[in-house]
Design a protein. Structure first.
Lengths: 358, 282
């Protein structure tokens, strides 16, 4: 493998793709979507009214603040024990149990415990909005560094389902946006780069040059990796506050993008022209994206099981767990699956290309 | 010294025998013509000789390299102008050559020299998609010559070009030959092969059916005849192989009927049709 040749191939493609409006659009779409979500995020507040069950015998300032919050219906609960039941019974988004001396304890810096119930049967956007609202209200209680210690309890979670940690809308969107970026780059742009060489017959020129087939494929892969890294870098910069474990997050992202680039190379090795790629790569792209989409109210068990067959599921889940503050022990299996799938996809590409050349 | 040595070279694609046991040699500095119908196996042979395709059987050495096992050593020694105008059309002429220079590890100063050699220096910054067919062909030749190859493969270099551009390219090919570059040329234009090539091979259904200098082929396979225009304006052809040719000619001379007399030497195209036709019939 000659690095000069690989670098020359990648450099040519990186510059050339910028001149190709079609490829440029595919590359910039995830960034555009990310920015669009950034701009539209306040629009989440335009949801329907949220019902919240409250048990607050001490008439706290917190609940008084919540009463003044628009689009929030507070439903009083007679006891702390009943609050949890009433969240599910009254189909509320969440519940709140405020201790009797809450205001005094906050003022004294005692960091009182605040129990917050989240109804997992509500759609993810409602849950996320409720979580964001509660975090904002709790943190703005008093001008002291220590306020209250929220204890989050998820209600109505299916047995055996993944622990949610603290997923909010941003934490769901970031994996989706990264997946979109990688899918557009890896599954659409990379095969087009390969197929265009074949279609324009420039592959014949490359094969008579000192470039070997392996170097050509590596050059295309490098182009896909560079573009994916640039776009994911921009997405991470926009969402940097969400990330706590940078090394593992970056490793997950690297494995995810390598897998999708490998899929793109394999797709490119199968097809002869742009039209075929556009048709089939769109289906591949859609399949890869499915695990990234939020599933309001959860998926049927069969569909959930089917999702496990899509390798990007492991990428999305690993990222969600990392963003929720979970450690490496929870994501090791996910990363192993991604790594294995990447190796298989690269091997399939090399096998296919060699077969075609001979 | 031989620039190309081919012995029993064959290539099959599934059941199709594209090239069938061909053998020939090309001397260094020679312009060698490889002629045949569409699908005769010309491009497949070039693809094998330039390391793009593995032979199914046989041996071939190009510039001293085995085409099957020494592809990496071979590729920097040869230049290829494909039958397709396979340029990067979104890139300028200079960028196309700059990319090739990076692949071959050629000094970038050579780029403008190559552009100048084919008369494209003043259009170097234009995108290749805005070039005419002739300009594209010249850029392809510049790209193939950029790394100063010892051997140049030209696959239909003048196909579809206007006569003036075709003439320029032929002049360039001759010039390269005088500088010691070996040229392996495929063309549909027999006249072009006749003008340029020291020797030609006729390929039919994957096999070489004739190989010699154009003159020898014309003598060996062409019909020997005379075109006679008579005093009354009519014309006739006398086949010199005919037993009565001498008597017929003598009679016309004695009768004072001949206005003009021309030798009717066969063209290379006629020779090819004769040979390939016979080959096809076998």
């Amino acid at each position: 493998m000659n690095p000069r040749v690989v670098a020359a191939l990648a450099r040519k493609d990186i510059v050339d793709a910028i001149r190709n409006r079609y490829l440029l659009t595919a590359l910039l779409t995830p960034l555009f979507v990310a920015l669009l979500f950034r701009v539209l995020m306040p629009g989440v507040n335009s949801l329907n009214n949220l019902n919240v069950v409250v048990h607050d015998t001490g008439n706290s300032v917190l609940v008084a603040q919540l009463r003044n919050t628009p689009k929030l219906n507070l439903i009083a609960s007679a006891s702390a024990e009943a609050a949890a039941n009433e969240v599910e019974k009254k189909k509320a988004t969440g519940g709140l149990v405020v201790p009797v001396n809450f205001d005094a304890d906050v003022a004294a810096g005692k960091e009182p415990e605040l129990t917050i119930y989240v109804n997992s049967k509500k759609n993810i956007i409602e849950q996320a909005t409720f979580r964001q609202l509660m975090e904002r209200q709790v943190s703005s209680l008093v001008k002291q560094p220590v306020t209250a210690r929220p204890v989050w309890i998820e209600l109505g979670k299916e047995p055996g389902s993944q622990p949610g940690g603290r997923p909010d809308l941003n934490q769901t969107l970031l994996p989706l946006l990264l997946l979109l970026a990688f899918a557009m780059t890896g599954a659409l742009v990379v095969p087009l780069l390969l197929v265009e060489e074949r279609e324009q017959r420039t592959l014949d020129f490359l094969l008579t040059s000192p470039a070997s087939l392996a170097e050509i494929v590596t050059g295309k892969a490098l182009t896909g990796v560079v573009y994916s890294l640039l776009i994911s870098g921009a997405l991470l910069a926009i969402n940097h506050k969400l990330i706590s474990n940078w090394p593992l997050t970056l490793l997950t992202i690297l494995l995810g993008l390598l897998f999708i680039v490998a899929i793109g190379l394999f797709t490119g090795s199968l097809f002869q022209n742009t039209m075929q790629v556009n048709t089939w790569a769109s289906l591949v792209l859609l399949l890869l994206l499915i695990p990234g989409f939020p599933s309001p109210g959860g998926l049927p068990v069969a569909m959930e099981a089917a999702l496990h067959l899509v390798p990007t599921y492991y990428f999305v889940e690993a990222l969600k767990l990392l963003l929720a503050g979970m450690g490496s022990s929870r994501i090791g299996g996910h990363l192993a699956v991604l790594l294995a799938c990447t190796a298989v996809a690269f091997s399939a590409t090399i096998w296919r290309s060699r077969r075609e050349q001979n | 010294m031989n620039a190309i040595e081919v012995e029993g070279l064959s290539r099959t694609f599934n059941d199709l025998q594209a090239v069938d046991n061909i053998s020939f040699t090309v001397e260094a500095g020679e312009i060698f013509g490889f002629l045949g119908h569409n699908g005769a196996g010309k491009t497949t042979t070039i693809r094998m000789l330039t390391g793009q395709l593995r032979p199914t059987a046989g041996l071939a050495r190009v510039a001293g390299c085995d085409v099957a096992t020494e592809r990496h050593r071979l590729k920097p020694l040869v230049g290829v102008v494909s039958e397709n105008q396979n340029l990067y059309e979104r890139m300028s002429g200079r960028e196309n050559l700059a990319f090739a220079a990076r692949l071959y590890g050629t000094d970038s100063r050579r780029i403008d020299e190559a552009l100048d050699q084919v008369g494209l220096l003043d259009r170097a910054t234009d995108n290749a998609k805005h070039y005419s067919n002739g300009m594209k062909q010249r850029l392809l030749i510049a790209r193939a010559l950029l790394h100063r190859p010892r051997l140049l493969f030209l696959d239909e270099p003048t196909r579809g070009l206007d006569p003036m551009v075709g003439r320029d390219i032929r002049r360039l090919v001759k010039e390269l030959s005088t500088r010691g570059v070996t040229v392996f040329l495929t063309t549909h234009y027999m006249e072009e092969a006749d003008q340029l090539c020291g020797r030609v091979a006729f390929l039919s259904e994957g096999r070489i059916v004739a190989l010699d200098t154009p003159d020898n082929l014309k003598v060996a396979h062409g019909q020997k005849s005379l075109n006679v225009i008579l005093g009354d304006g009519t014309s006739l052809t006398i086949a010199l192989d005919d037993e009565d040719a001498g008597k017929q000619l003598e009679k016309l001379v004695n009768a004072g009927q001949i206005r003009t007399l021309h030798s009717a030497e066969a063209t290379l195209e006629e020779v090819f049709i004769q040979i390939a036709g016979r080959g096809l019939a076998e």
